[in-house]
Design a binder for this molecule. Structure first.
Ligand SMILES: [Fe+2]
Length: 258
C-alpha cells in the first residue's frame, strides 16, 4: 500500500512538472478525482480556464501548413469558427453554474454525470468539443513526415494489430464507419492496452459516460466540417490524407505518459 502511495505521489509530481513546463495555453495543473488522473493526460489536465474563461488555443503552425492533405480554408474555419464556438458555448454554460468556473476542462468532462443537470448536456457537447479539438491540432504536424512512433508504441501497435499498416487499415475502417458526426480514437487503458474506439458527436473516451473509456493518444474528427470543403462526401479520402499529417512524435509522448 505504501509503495502504491509513493508511486501515486511520484506520478503526481511528474505530471505537475510536465504541466508546469507546458505552453501557456496549458499552464497549471489540477484534478480532483482519481478517475481524472486515470483517464486524462498531463497536457489536458492543464486546460484550465484563465480568469474563469476558457480561450481558443493558438495553433503551432499556419493554416496552410498541412497542405495538400488538409486545406487551409478548412483549417481556418475549423479553428476560428467551429472550435471557437465550442469554447464560447462552454463559457456561456459555465456562466450559469459559477461554482464550476475554476475547474479544469478535464475535471469537467471526466465527471459529466456529476454536473448539474442544467449545464450537463452543454458541457458534454462544448467541453468535449474544446477538449477534442485542442488535442486534434496538437496531433497533426507539417513535419509529420519526419515523425515516427517510439519503439515502445510501435511494439505495442505491432503486438495488437500485427503490423503498423494493419493498424492504419483498422483505424481508417473504423473512422470511415462512424455514423454521422463523431470521432475515431486510439486509446490506452489503465493496463496499458491499446484499442480503437469511436465516440458520437463531441463525446470523448475520457468521459465517464463513454461506452469504452480510456486515455486518447490519437483521434480523428470525422464531422463533415473537418473535410467537406476539400473532400466533399469522400470521408475515406480525408482519412487517407489525415494519416500523412499525424505527428507520431506527439502521439508517442502521450503514450509514454503513465
Ligand atoms: Fe471539428
Amino acid at each position: 500500500m505504501e509503495n502504491s502511495k509513493n508511486t501515486s505521489r511520484r506520478s503526481f509530481l511528474t505530471k505537475s512538472a510536465i504541466a508546469a513546463a507546458g505552453i501557456s495555453l496549458f499552464k497549471g495543473f489540477h484534478f480532483n478525482t482519481a478517475r481524472a488522473e486515470v483517464y486524462s493526460t498531463p497536457v489536458f489536465n492543464g486546460l484550465l480556464p484563465e480568469g474563469g474563461t476558457f480561450t481558443l488555443p493558438a495553433l503551432d503552425y499556419a493554416y496552410t501548413a498541412l497542405e495538400p492533405y488538409i486545406d487551409a480554408r478548412t483549417m481556418e474555419i475549423h479553428h476560428t469558427k467551429h472550435h471557437q464556438t465550442y469554447v464560447t458555448k462552454l463559457n456561456e454554460a459555465l456562466d450559469k453554474a459559477p461554482e464550476l468556473k475554476e475547474k479544469s476542462l478535464t475535471d469537467l468532462i471526466t465527471n459529466i454525470n456529476a454536473l448539474p443537470e442544467s449545464v450537463r448536456q452543454a458541457v458534454r457537447n462544448h467541453g468535449g468539443g474544446h477538449f477534442n479539438h485542442s488535442m486534434f491540432w496538437k496531433l497533426m504536424s507539417p513535419d509529420a513526415a519526419n515523425a515516427k512512433a517510439s519503439d515502445e508504441l510501435a511494439a505495442a501497435i505491432t503486438a495488437k494489430w500485427t503490423s503498423f499498416d494493419n493498424f492504419k487499415a483498422e483505424f481508417s475502417k473504423t473512422a470511415t464507419g462512424v455514423f454521422g458526426s463523431g470521432w475515431a480514437w486510439l486509446i490506452v487503458d489503465k493496463e496499458r492496452n491499446l484499442s480503437i474506439t469511436t465516440t458520437p458527436n463531441q463525446d470523448c473516451p475520457v468521459m465517464d459516460i463513454a461506452a469504452t473509456r480510456g486515455r486518447p493518444i490519437l483521434g480523428i474528427d470525422v464531422w463533415e466540417h473537418a473535410y467537406y470543403l476539400k473532400h466533399q462526401n469522400k470521408r475515406a479520402d480525408y482519412i487517407a490524407d489525415f494519416l500523412n499529417v499525424i505527428d507520431w512524435n506527439q502521439v508517442s509522448k502521450w503514450y509514454a505518459e503513465k
